[in-house]
Design a protein around this ligand. Structure first.
Ligand SMILES: [Zn+2]
Length: 329
């Protein structure tokens, strides 16, 4: 991966390329941003640019053996520091091992590099033990710390790093990235606005299943009639599931209700579930705007109560009964 190929992080990438061309690369970086916004990709692109045998304009060539080894994850001068598979934290022993490795001469590159991910998971001992290394990495190693919340790191760690903030990805960049990964353009367009700027989140959601369950949920809501208890219980039967499934259902429900409120206030350009716009508008028209607000507040309250161990099925019934009363038809 070359820096020029990183999507949607132009400000950060420009700053990094400038620091390479002016020979002012920092010895420690802190990349802060949500998961899936490109921090890791950018870190690897920076390391490629520094390790490359034929770099130009502060970027890697993407073709030399060094670039290829980095792309394949097999470069001997890149060290990763992550929690061990069965452990929560990065331990002090792991930091000592890293320090040992960094004290050796690089095998192939001019310097070594180290990626610490997630930096928040360093134990206090590990973090303290890393301080001196961050200040003066042996052999001019470059240290890159990835964090989602930099304020959870020790101030002494933060102050030793150049802090770069990554923005969530724009919807258009997410669409491009998803399409590059072979996602159908229509699915990518549906998925990108739901992913909160994170490619990881977009990948996590099984796109078709997610769209289908939103559609299914809205279908069940549309079946509910004003004051007709039988329609409420039919909908509840259709939607009932385990506690976790019901929690997921309420999250989708909250997103649909928010969109219905936006549609009633003519803010259609801000809705999340664009692919359901017509059905959502029809459903929203059956409520007084204030009653939609009440339904949303109730959904938020009921989701909290399920998290607090209220019976999921009863909670769903309670919501749908109230929903049927709030409807005008
Ligand atoms: Zn190269």
């Amino acid at each position: 991966m070359r820096l020029a190929e990183v999507m949607g992080q132009k400000r950060v990438v420009d700053a990094l390329q400038r620091s390479i061309t002016t020979n002012r690369v920092a010895h420690a970086y802190l990349f802060e941003g949500i998961s899936g916004c490109g921090r890791r990709t950018t870190a690897l692109a920076l390391i490629s640019a520094l390790f490359c045998q034929q770099p130009s304009d502060g970027d890697a060539c993407g073709r030399c053996s060094s670039c290829k080894k980095l792309a394949a994850g097999s470069h001997p001068d890149l060290h990763l520091l992550q929690p061990l598979p069965d452990k929560r934290d990065i331990s002090i022993e792991q930091v000592r091992e890293l320090q040992q490795m960094l004290s050796l001469r690089p095998f192939e590159a001019k310097r070594k590099a180290c990626l610490i991910e997630p930096a928040e998971r360093m134990s206090l001992g590990a973090a303290n033990s890393l301080l001196k290394t961050l200040e003066e990495p042996p052999g001019h190693a470059v240290m890159i710390l990835l964090a989602t919340q930099a304020d959870r790191l020790l101030p002494t760690i933060r102050s030793r790093c150049q802090h770069l903030r990554f923005a969530p990805l724009a919807v258009s960049d997410l669409v491009t990235l998803l399409e590059r990964q072979g996602v159908e353009p229509s699915v990518a367009a549906t998925l990108a606005p739901l992913s909160e700027g994170s490619l990881e989140q977009a990948r996590e959601v099984d796109s078709e299943a997610a769209a289908a369950s939103r559609q299914e949920l809205l279908g069940a809501l549309r079946q509910v009639r004003h004051q007709q208890v039988a329609t409420v219980f039919d909908a509840s039967e259709r939607l009932a599931g385990s506690r976790d499934e019901t929690l997921g259902l309420f999250s989708l429900l909250i997103s649909l209700l928010r969109d219905m409120i936006l549609l009633r206030s003519a803010a259609m350009d801000r809705i999340t579930n664009l692919f359901l716009q017509d059905q959502l508008a029809e459903e929203a028209a059956r409520f007084h705007p204030a009653d939609l607000m009440e339904a949303l507040e109730l959904a938020l309250e009921i989701r909290r109560s399920i998290q607090g161990n209220v019976n999921a099925k009863l909670a769903l019934d309670r919501f749908l009964l109230r929903y049927s009363r709030l409807r005008t038809t």
